[in-house]
Each structure stands twice: as C-alpha cells, then as structure tokens.
Design a protein around this ligand. Structure first.
Ligand SMILES: C[S@@+](CC[C@H](N)C(=O)[O-])C[C@H]1O[C@@H](n2cnc3c(N)ncnc32)[C@H](O)[C@@H]1O
Ligand code: SF4
Length: 382
C-alpha cells in the first residue's frame, strides 16, 4: 500500500520533524446562531481571562514536548474576536514569546462583523496576524435575521472595509447558501456584493442541518425543506459566478484569487500533521489523533492544574488514514494521485464512465458533476 504517513510530500510532520500547523479554538460567541454545531458558548467575562491563560499554558506544555516551528496558525471558533482587545493582546504576545515564528507564512483569525473594531483590527495587524476570515453568511438582512446573526449586511460591509483600511491584504468572506426560503436571485445578489468588496478569498458553504441545533429540529418538524436539485443549482451558480469574477475553485467550498489559497486549510486537505489547542480542538500526529475536552471550564481547570486536556488517543490504521486522505484530496482541484486509488480499479472505471471522475496527468480528479456527489464518491474508497 502507498505510504499515507506523508501524503503531503514536502512539509509533513510524522513525529520526527517540527510541527508546522497550529489551530486554536476560541469557543466564545456574543450570540449563538441556531444552525451552528461548533463547540461554542456565550462569552462569560468572568471566565475568559482564565481561559486565555490556559491556552498559553497548553501551548507551553506542548512546546516542551514537541518541536514546534509553525508555518501556519489559525485562531478559529467560536469567534476569536469575541475576546477583548486586552485578552487578544495577551494571547498573541504569549504566542510570540513561546514560539519560533521565523517560518510563519500565514496567521489567520476568524472574525464576526459584530465584534470587529478598529482597535482590535490594528492590534491583530501589529501582532503579525496576516489573514482575517470574516463570517458574513449573507448580504440579505431578512436571511441574516433568520440565521440569528448579530449584524446586518451593511455592518458586514463596514467591517470588511475597516479591516482593509487597517492594512489586511488577505481577507476571506464566509457565505452560506441553501438557506430556508433563499432564492437563487438572492444568492446571486449576495455573491455580487461579496465580489464587489474585492476579497482575496471566498468560502461558500451549503447549509447543513446539524444535529443538536435548533435548525435541525425545525427541519425535522417539516418547517424547513431540503431539495438536492435546488442545492445543485446553488452549487452551479456559485462556481460560475466566482470563476467569472477571477476566483479559482481550489476546493469544493473554497475560492481564491491566484496565490491566496489558504495555506492552513491546504495542509488539512493534504493530511499534514497539526496541533489543536483549546476545548474540542483535534490534533493529528502521524497515526495518533486526540481531541481535547469539549468544555472550556473543564479545559482551563485541567490545563492550569498542570495536566493535559486530551480525551485520550485514537490510533488510526494506515487504511483509515488513506480513506481520509482520499476523501479530502478529492475535494480539491488537484484530486489525488492515481496510485492512491489503484486498489479500486472497477470503482474508478465506473465513476469515469458515469462522468463523475476524470484522470489527469496520473491524478484522479472530480468532474463538475462529481463535485456534487463528492462524499458518495469518496465512500467507495474505504
Ligand atoms: C466556526 S464558524 C466561525 C465564524 C464566526 N464565528 C461567524 O459565524 O462569524 C466558520 C463558518 O462555518 C460556517 N458554518 C457554520 N455552521 C454551518 C452549518 N450548519 N452549515 C454550513 N456552514 C456552517 C459559517 O459560514 C461560518 O462562518
Ligand atoms: S456561526 Fe459563528 S457566531 Fe454563530 S454560533 Fe457558530 S461560531 Fe458562533
């Protein structure tokens, strides 16, 4: 079998070299959106300072045990900008003091238009954050209200302009489509308003009705409906609109101007190792994988008492690693090397016949129709 410990080729860490990618989970939000299943809680000002101390303590714990020389850092959530300026400053200064950042190529911070301020934006820029991912979701005020967002479309535009003015040259906008009652015309209008802001990157996610969310219950009660043909039309329109505007679809949900593909996300899709800090964060090191406890109070307690926050190790088999690498790789524009799927010649031939896969220069790539069925295609290679 092909060795899947180093699927990325060049920069992967399998336990020997330094770890190159760090994710930090900040689980706070000013308001909880009814569709969201990420681990998050309403920010409690009495707890967030202690939580930031725990993040830095966890970073220091790992730094003593693992060589860390990140090329990418990603602060996600939740909403990292829900922290105060002082807390953000303390966190970023702590990262500078603990880590060798001489090879850092990309430092991303997720932001919500409701909590972006001039002061925070300047601080992030001064501390070396190079990329902001702004959660806009829609430029339609009625849909924003349905989504329970804390901002209007105009506020989202203002936040974007503010970030640009503060010197950010690499900005992403997150959008969602397939929303209850959303028409194709509304979606096109949202895409146009996003393009008009001239971001370097746009992520477009089809709304998923995630278990344990209010939207899931409303869908189960029949208040919201899903229709695969409608979803396909949204996908088509997204690809067409953004490609015509000069964006490259380098992953099913991700579009970038040439040279602005997310280095951090590309590392995930290539199966590279990464260290996750904070509650619920996942880490992968070779065939070892672990997840931190999904409760920020328990997380801070454990870390500040000097113990780890991991729920325990999972050891992946090479077959599991291969299935994941194929599923993630197929979602990207480059697909996967033919050698990775050589154990399934019949399935590959069938997908090619059905027009879902094509072979390009010793690589297997999803076609346009294949992208709509990416998960089902990937399931055949398990
Ligand atoms: C972890 S969230 C962080 C963004 C930030 N908290 C915000 O909402 O502004 C990352 C992105 O995931 C997407 N997302 C969250 N829940 C989703 C769902 N149920 N279906 C599809 N996309 C979702 C949204 O586009 C969101 O911006
Ligand atoms: S979508 Fe963003 S702001 Fe809304 S609850 Fe999820 S993480 Fe928080």
């Amino acid at each position: 079998m092909v060795d899947f410990m180093g699927t990325s080729g060049d920069d992967n860490c399998t336990g020997d070299g330094p770890l190159r990618h760090i994710y930090v989970h900040i689980p706070f939000c000013a308001r909880i959106c009814p569709y969201c299943a990420f681990y998050k809680e309403r920010a409690d000002p009495a707890q967030t300072g202690r939580f930031c101390k725990a993040i830095l303590a966890e970073l220091a714990q790992h730094e003593r045990q693992l060589p860390l020389r990140p090329t990418t850092i990603f602060f996600g959530g939740g909403t990292p900008t829900a922290l105060t300026s002082l807390q953000i400053a303390a966190l970023l200064e702590g990262f500078h003091a603990t880590l060798d950042l001489s090879e850092l190529a990309e430092w991303t911070f997720e932001a919500n238009p409701g909590s972006v301020s001039d002061r925070k934006a300047r601080l992030l820029r001064e501390q070396g954050v190079s990329r902001i991912s702004l959660g806009v979701q829609s430029f339609d005020d009625a849909l924003l209200e349905l989504l329970g967002r804390e901002h209007s479309a105009a506020q989202a535009e203002d936040s974007f302009t503010l970030l640009r003015r503060c010197g950010f040259e690499n900005l992403n906008i997150d959008l969602m489509f397939g929303l209850p009652g959303q028409t194709l015309a509304q979606w096109q209008q949202t895409l146009r308003r996003a393009i008009a802001l001239e971001p370097e990157h746009i992520s477009t996610y089809c709304l998923t009705y995630e278990e344990d969310t209010e939207f899931f219950l409303r869908h189960a009660r029949g208040e919201f409906h899903t229709d695969s043909e409608e979803e396909a039309a949204f996908f088509e329109m997204t690809g067409e609109c953004l490609t015509n505007a000069g964006f490259l679809q380098y992953e099913i949900s991700n579009f970038a101007r040439p040279g602005f593909e997310s280095v951090h996300n590309r590392a995930y899709w290539r199966g590279e190792d990464y260290l996750g800090l904070g509650p619920s964060a996942v880490s992968t090191l070779g065939l070892r994988r672990w997840q931190n406890v999904c409760d920020y109070r328990a997380y801070a307690e454990r870390i500040l008492a000097g113990s780890g926050a991991s729920l325990g190790d999972e050891i992946l088999t090479p077959e599991m690693k291969r299935a994941e690498a194929i599923a993630l790789g197929l979602r990207t524009r480059l697909g996967v090397p033919v050698a990775w799927v050589e154990d399934w010649p019949n399935e590959v031939a069938e997908f090619v016949n059905l027009g879902l896969l094509q072979c390009e220069e010793r690589r297997v790539v999803l076609t346009r129709s294949g992208r709509l069925l990416a998960d089902s295609v990937a399931e055949a290679f398990v």
